[in-house]
Design a protein around this ligand. Structure first.
Ligand code: UDP
Ligand code: MN
Length: 282
């Protein structure tokens, strides 16, 4: 097992490939538990890695029990000006979220810890999954996809296809890449308005496009119902409001998706997706 600054793994890897997620508080630990249960349900190959910061053992233990390899991760060594620019209030004031609401437990600066995936050089290939995703069908083929593959950030209109969403992506760990990223990330005056997502889009301008079924965003359900296809969906992504938030402004409109998440989070099976209702019409 390689010793890497900023990372402390509690056990060695058990495979050459890994699904990697990030957890910096108890809320995202809930998300990661549902995600890992979904990976187990679809019989995914490879390790399930949880990069985590200083989160309570009681919140991490269920992840370990589901087979996750826990790796304690430091925040990136970014400077004071960078951290101030990406603090929650500063970022929300400078680049307000107008399309949906970020939950109160979302800390933008924490997102950059995702980049530590490139330090996981024990693995030949990794797929990063946000903790608010569910793998609904086996996607092991993604380990054969090149770096950097991601799906478009589509949830409102055609123009969205120009942008990538960093909730699902394929990567090849490499310390050279990690060091090059750090050098590009924290430059004087840097402001990445959508944090790691904006940075990765800039770092990989020729990103490979995955079909939307590998990262279908929950707002497609009510904004672009013609894109929704239960027979094709592979990874569902609950961007903005989270399915475990007690109540949120879009909960009524997203009810079938929230119930799907709750069933898997509780340890239930993945239902027969073809039997699920289509989105309501406009
Ligand atoms: N994350 C985290 N703590 C935070 C913010 C983000 O652990 O305070 C991780 C978590 O894996 C999360 C991902 O980073 O799924 C990206 O954030 P989120 O999914 O909330 O962003 P969205 O998909 O809504 O843009
Ligand atoms: Mn997300």
């Amino acid at each position: 097992m390689t010793v890497t600054p900023g990372l402390r793994a509690e056990r060695p890897p058990a495979a050459a490939e890994a699904w990697v997620t990030l957890v910096t508080n108890a809320d995202y630990a809930l998300g990661a538990l549902a995600l890992i249960r979904s990976l187990n349900r679809v019989g995914a190959a490879g390790d399930r890695v949880v990069l985590h910061t200083d989160v309570a053992e009681a919140d991490l233990a269920p992840l370990r029990d589901e087979g996750a390899r826990l790796i304690l991760a430091d925040l990136l060594p970014t400077g004071a000006a960078f951290n101030a620019a990406h603090a929650r209030d500063a970022l929300h004031a400078r680049a307000a979220f107008t399309k949906g609401a970020k939950p109160p437990f979302h800390t933008p600066l924490d997102n950059f810890v995702k980049l530590r995936l490139w330090q996981l050089t024990d693995y030949r290939a990794c797929v990063f999954l946000d903790a608010d995703t569910l793998v609904l069908r086996n996607c092991d083929e993604l380990f054969a996809y090149p770096e950097f593959s991601a799906a478009p950030n589509v949830y409102e209109s055609l123009g969205d296809f120009r942008r990538l969403n960093s909730g699902v992506f394929t990567a090849r760990p490499s310390l050279a890449t990690f060091d090059a990223m750090l050098a590009r990330l924290d430059v004087p005056g840097a402001f990445w308005r959508r944090t790691d997502q904006t940075f990765l889009e800039s770092y990989f301008p020729r990103w490979h496009g995955l079909p939307v079924c590998y990262n279908l965003l929950q707002y497609v359900w009510f904004n672009l119902p013609e894109l929704w296809d239960w027979s094709q969906i592979r990874i569902l992504h609950y961007q903005y409001e989270k399915p475990w938030q007690a109540d949120h402004p879009r909960a009524d409109r997203l009810r079938p998706l929230i119930e799907l998440w709750q069933g898997i989070a509780a340890g239930g099976p993945i239902p027969d997706l073809a039997s699920l209702p289509p989105p309501p019409g406009p």
